[in-house]
Design a protein around this ligand. Structure first.
Ligand code: C5P
Length: 234
């Protein structure tokens, strides 16, 4: 295996209390949590500080997409927040991405920016409806390359896109993938899935896992199993 792969637990739950009771037993067992719009909108940016204070590294999944000035200002508003990964949409274009990178260097210098290419909810029909004539695969490749040239540190992609993107982008970029499932588990709404070890071997820097952990009978045991599988030991 090449670069190490790490687990990020997606805290896709309704309340901070629920998220806290989930992660408290995992302090010291897993390093990363993902906070998305659901909790960020409800509790505000200080929620980043709270999970960081418990010892977690925070992946802040805000998927920013607006005019360059607005995205850059939003990132400046995160000044000093202890987030280590932040997402924005590659389709915002090279100028938006470059301005975001500049703003992050000043305000959150320890945070790496990740570009979301094509949402996994967008298939060929959906892409055509918004005027994109290429296939989802071609569009992912185009956006990923453009985003890297604009200075972001990596991309969020589906597990099945990992081998191709690793080949195109090389070993350095951070590639983060959701869509992690075991063959005997529920796929939920994820169509294109891989197991943790398959994703790690395909070149993922991080796997993002939500429901397989959140809905497990024993979330701690499930987390430890995944960490062992990808070689993350703490
Ligand atoms: O519950 P599950 O393991 O499917 O969660 C995956 C996480 O990754 C969720 O937080 C979801 O929002 C996120 N995600 C995704 N597909 C994308 C981008 C992000 O599933 N294309």
């Amino acid at each position: 295996m090449g670069n190490p792969c790490r687990l990020i637990i997606a805290l896709d739950v309704e309340s901070k209390e629920e998220a806290l009771s989930l992660v408290r037993p995992l302090i010291g067992k897993v390093a990363w949590v993902k906070l998305g719009l659901q909790l960020f909108v409800k509790y505000g940016p200080s929620i980043v500080d709270e999970f960081h204070a418990l010892g977690f590294k925070v992946f802040l999944d805000l998927k920013l997409h607006d005019i360059p000035n607005t995205v850059s200002s939003a990132i400046k508003s995160l000044k000093g927040r202890p987030c280590s990964l932040l997402t924005l949409h590659a389709s915002g274009g090279p100028e938006m991405l470059a301005r975001a990178v500049e703003a992050a260097k000043q305000s959150i210098p320890d945070c790496q920016l990740l570009a979301v290419t094509v949402l996994t909810s967008m298939d060929q029909t959906q892409l055509h409806a918004v005027g994109v004539k290429s296939s989802p695969e071609e569009q992912v490749k185009l956006l990923a390359k453009m985003a890297m040239q604009s200075g972001v540190h990596g991309c969020v992609c589906s597990p099945l896109e990992l081998p191709q993107l690793r080949k195109e982008l090389g070993p350095k970029p951070v590639l983060v993938t959701p869509g992690i499932r075991y063959p005997d588990g529920k796929a939920d709404d994820q169509n294109r899935v891989m197991t943790p070890i398959q994703a790690a071997q395909a070149g993922a820097s991080f796997i993002v896992v939500g429901r397989p952990i959140l809905k497990a009978t024993d979330p701690v045991a499930e987390t430890i199993k995944i960490c062992r599988e990808i070689g993350e030991t703490k």
